[in-house]
Design a protein around this ligand. Structure first.
Ligand code: IPM
Ligand code: MG
Length: 363
């Protein structure tokens, strides 16, 4: 097998963590007998600098012709003042929409070696293993009308619209129930049905899919988003699969990330179309860019998700995850997860340690 992977390093620490991601991918390719053909594209702020816009047609063509997309991070203070239509983040939203990636999977799994790296008490977070299934191409991120208009009295009016249709809710509900069947068989659907009609519809449709489409083996519960924000830090172990809207998922997944000790640990997969996209959840981290300080583990775990979901290379994916766990157990830490008595390493060394470990596991 030979896979075509579009590599979009992006901005900030994106190129650094992607450097490690690509090397791990090549390593498992040669160990497990498949080839990877990498093609790099410029996106985000880097593309604004080079081409005046965050996503160009050749890059869009590149991703559409690939088997999967690996993405670093986008954005930074340099481009913050730009108009919304050409900000780096637009590239991310456009890629999601153009590739039809309506389902965003963000697994939040605490490696036991990191149980005391979290800002929360060890007893509270130990054993956390949940999956956020975030709707990614609908809701308030894309709803119309939107924009800021001038009013006759000289003031302004800003609008965004939260919209969901039945089919949009049905398909993300299926993703959540299917995922739960392979896990601990519980789905928590998160909404604000006590206030927002659109999420009252969400609740109704999720309930119907559960009842009518053969998911009796899965336990379904509904939770209001404010309560969910609280429950996530009160008792995260109660959650298995959490399914929610685009914006609630954005917020809750950052919160959930901190259960693992650092947002630098969280991978993600965006699925739904022919081509899946995989990226670390952390941003471009301009404050540590170019210093070899970034944590590459979220990217390596994203490579593992790509191998599993897009390339059908589950064994190679398992090996990466095992190697990451082993390296953490051996006490190596990047700055974001550093603890007393652990050995501080940079981005490159962490990548190398994981590759060495993968080789050992194979041997
Ligand atoms: C994320 C990010 C993006 C989002 C931004 C950068 C547009 O926060 O992937 O969670 O809000 O979806
Ligand atoms: Mg976010």
């Amino acid at each position: 097998m030979n896979y075509k992977i579009a590599v979009l390093p992006g901005d900030g620490i994106g190129p650094e963590v992607m450097g490690q991601g690509v090397q791990v991918l090549q390593e498992v390719g040669s160990l497990y007998g498949f080839g990877v053909e990498l093609e790099e594209g410029i996106v985000g702020g880097s593309s604004i600098d080079a081409h005046g816009k965050p996503l160009t047609d050749p890059v869009l063509k590149l991703v559409k012709q690939s088997d999967a997309v690996l993405l670093g991070a986008m954005g930074g203070p340099k481009w913050d003042g730009l108009d919304y239509s050409i900000r780096p983040e637009r590239a991310l939203l456009a890629l999601r929409q153009e590739l039809g990636l309506f389902a965003n999977l963000r697994p939040v799994k605490l490696f036991s070696a990191l149980a005391s790296a979290s800002t929360l008490k060890k007893e509270a977070v130990e054993g956390t293993d949940l999956l956020v299934v975030r709707e990614l191409t609908g809701g308030i991120y894309f709803g119309e009308p939107k924009g800021v208009t001038q009013l006759p009295d000289g003031t302004e009016r800003g609008v965004n619209t939260e919209v969901y249709t039945t089919p949009e809710i049905e398909r993300i509900a299926h993703v959540a129930f299917q995922a739960a069947l392979k896990r601990r068989k519980k789905v928590t659907s998160v909404d604000k049905a006590n206030v927002l009609e659109v999420t009252e519809l969400w609740r109704k449709v999720v309930t119907r899919i559960h009842k009518d489409e053969g998911y009796a083996a899965v336990q379904l519960e509904h939770m209001l988003v404010d309560n969910c924000a609280m429950q996530l830090i009160r008792n995260p172990k109660q959650f298995d699969v959490v399914v929610t809207t685009n914006m609630f998922g954005d917020i809750l997944s950052d919160e959930a990330a901190m259960l693992t000790g650092s947002i630098g640990m969280l991978p993600s997969a965006s699925l739904g179309g022919r081509v899946g996209m995989y990226e670390p959840v952390h941003g471009s981290a301009p404050d540590i860019t170019g210093q070899d300080k970034a944590n590459p583990l979220a990217t390596l775990l994203s490579v593992a998700m790509m191998l599993r979901h897009s390339l059908d290379q589950g064994i190679a994916a398992d090996r990466i995850e095992m190697a990451v766990e082993d390296v953490l157990n051996q006490g190596y830490r990047t700055a974001d997860i550093q603890e007393k008595g652990c050995r501080l390493v940079g981005c490159k060394e962490m990548g190398q340690l994981v590759r060495d470990r993968i080789n050992l596991l194979k041997g």
